[in-house]
Ligand binder design. Structure first.
Ligand code: ADP
Ligand code: S3P
Ligand code: MG
Length: 164
């Protein structure tokens, strides 16, 4: 059984939709950021402020590698997981990658307190410009997140038919 990997901008819905999808298709759900926080017993915002982004990225790769040893699971990645080609090689070995595409104006409305890279909301457009090509490059399926959750989950289930 393959894994299902959700990628996309911060606050595009990866964690929420990953969990809802898990209820729908009975795949175990792992949020890569939450898994990292639990294993390290630290919050991501503290890791960023005390040790910097590069150190966070090392941990991110370590735990994506660990999670990818499992199969038949859903992994919601952090928005920056596409920054390292190695991360995508790891998850794509036994995973189908879904890019959740959500409008920046909707993303901007969410609460970003726990997202160190969005302390300044001006950074959102910059991150988008840096990453949009990467989300397309690494995704097997693109799902527009522009409706209510039930519709989005249904879209994903339909798109996955015959692929897992
Ligand atoms: N289609 C949607 N309709 C309503 N709220 C949404 C939708 N997609 C995402 N959200 C909300 O956006 C917020 C950020 O989602 P989250 O799952 O944390 O994103 P990510 O893990 O991609 O950073 C959550 O409060 C979530 O409920
Ligand atoms: O976009 C990013 O670089 C990040 C997104 C966050 O996850 P979400 O995409 O779930 O917000 C988290 O991994 C970290 O704060 C870095
Ligand atoms: Mg998340």
């Amino acid at each position: 059984m393959k894994n299902i990997i959700l990628i996309g901008m911060p606050a595009c819905g990866k964690s929420t939709i990953g969990s809802l999808l898990s209820n729908e298709i009975n795949f175990e759900f792992y949020d890569a950021d939450k898994y990292l926080e639990e294993c390290e017993n630290r919050e991501i915002s503290d890791i960023f402020s005390e040790d910097g982004e590069d150190y966070f990225r090392e941990l991110e790769t370590k735990y994506l590698e660990e999670l990818s040893k499992k199969d038949g699971i859903i992994i919601s990645t952090g928005g920056g997981a596409v920054k390292k080609e190695k991360n995508m090689e790891i998850v794509k070995k036994n995973g189908i990658v879904i890019f959740l595409n959500r409008k920046l104006e909707n993303i901007a409305k969410e609460n970003h307190e726990a997202r160190p890279l969005l302390k300044n909301l001006n950074n959102l457009k910059k991150l988008y410009d840096e990453r949009i090509k990467l989300y397309h490059k690494y995704s097997d399926i693109v799902v527009e997140n522009d409706d209510n959750m039930e519709v989005i989950i249904n879209r994903i289930v339909m798109a996955l038919k015959g692929k897992i």
